[in-house]
Design a protein around this ligand. Structure first.
Ligand code: HEC
Ligand code: HEC
Length: 286
């Protein structure tokens, strides 16, 4: 009798193992197909100015758009996330140093990466939030490229990004957005017109960098690794303007609690007064 039970338990276990392997194989192939998909994007041709006003704007944007949150202050790149069995996310070295961008990295390559989330060979970049930058104005995009192209070289040979078992499963289940290129309409009219002013329109422009975490409608994402609602229905809508600006500048809510990682408050701390006020106007309007 015992022998029989063991035999059946063994068989049941085998079936479970085969099912798991079967699912994983399916997930692996699906994610691998997404990773190797070639996007035929036509990057805009831009002339990159090098005057000091443009470089100053670029320097500011690299902070206010979050680039150096991921690519490090010196733009030499860093590992953003690494866990055994899950994977490794590495923001690349964007300088001309050892381990940096190739010598012949062109303006089109920059545009392809920033606006489309796609690399030179047409395959998608992993975890680079190009969806947030797709609507960057030409002026801002040029300034970012101008500034990044002339930063001092940093010799840092980062390990490559790696999609491990955990990340493969999460990506397959739609719990982890690895390829922003998938979400972007690569032929959309570019970009939306924006005048730097305290208007909801300009606020919407500023809020582009919030969308990959707080969602395009700013209602946030529920769950353990989610984000709060920061639209007119969120609790931050009840803060005074000053409290709201203060929170985004100091990383502390009005009640003294901290805005925890990954909320990039060092990025929002660099927002100008106009950017803050416009952002507030927009968030309260939706
Ligand atoms: C959330 C983190 C994050 C932010 C914010 C971010 N990046 Fe990235 N970026 C990445 C990652 C990760 C990669 C590498 C992707 C890979 O390995 O496939 C990358 C790749 C790139 C590349 C491609 C380099 C190459 O080899 O082709 C460029 C260019 C780039 N980023 C520029 C920027 C700029 C400019 C900004 C700000 C406007 C920015 N990134 C903001 C994470 C980020
Ligand atoms: C990389 C992801 C990420 C990005 C990008 C991001 N946030 Fe957040 N944000 C978070 C997380 C996570 C929290 C919750 C932090 C906590 O629980 O302490 C948060 C919290 C907040 C809060 C506090 C809300 C509350 O009810 O307590 C505000 C306000 C906020 N974010 C505004 C913004 C704005 C405005 C932007 C864009 C300019 C932005 N965030 C970009 C992840 C992000």
């Amino acid at each position: 009798m015992l022998k029989k039970i063991m035999k059946w338990t063994g068989r049941a276990l085998l079936v479970v193992i085969l099912l798991v392997l079967g699912y994983y194989t399916k997930a692996y192939i699906a994610v691998e197909n997404r990773r190797s998909k070639v996007y035929a994007v036509k990057p805009l041709k831009l002339d990159i100015p090098t005057d000091s006003a443009t470089l100053a704007l670029g320097k500011r944007l690299v902070t206010t758009k979050g680039c150096n949150d991921c690519h490090a202050k010196d733009l030499g790149g860093r590992t953003i996330f690494e866990q055994n069995g899950v994977g490794r996310l590495v923001a690349r070295n964007l300088t001309k140093g050892k381990g940096g961008l190739p010598k012949d990295y062109s303006t089109e390559d920059w545009v392809r990466a920033i606006r489309h989330g796609v690399q030179h060979d047409g395959t998608p970049l992993i975890y680079m939030p190009a969806g947030d930058y797709n609507q960057l104005s030409d002026t801002d995009l040029k300034a970012v490229i101008a500034y990044c192209s002339q930063v001092p070289p940093v010799d840092r040979e980062n390990l490559p990004s790696e999609i491990g078992v955990g990340a493969t499963i999460l990506a397959d289940l739609g719990e982890l957005d690895l390829f922003e290129a998938e979400k972007i309409d690569h032929n959309a009219a570019l970009p939306m017109a924006t005048r730097e002013d305290v208007t909801a329109d300009f606020g919407k422009y500023v809020s582009q960098v919030c969308t990959h975490c707080h969602q395009p409608n700013m209602k946030g994402k529920p769950g353990e690794h989610g984000t709060p609602d920061i639209s007119s229905t969120g609790r931050s809508a009840h803060w005074t303007d000053e409290q709201f600006f203060n929170s985004l500048r100091t990383g502390k809510r009005p009640d003294g609690t901290e805005l925890k990682e990954p909320m990039p408050w060092r990025m929002t701390a660099a927002f100008s007064d106009t950017e803050m006020r416009a952002l507030r106007l927009y968030l309260k309007s939706i």
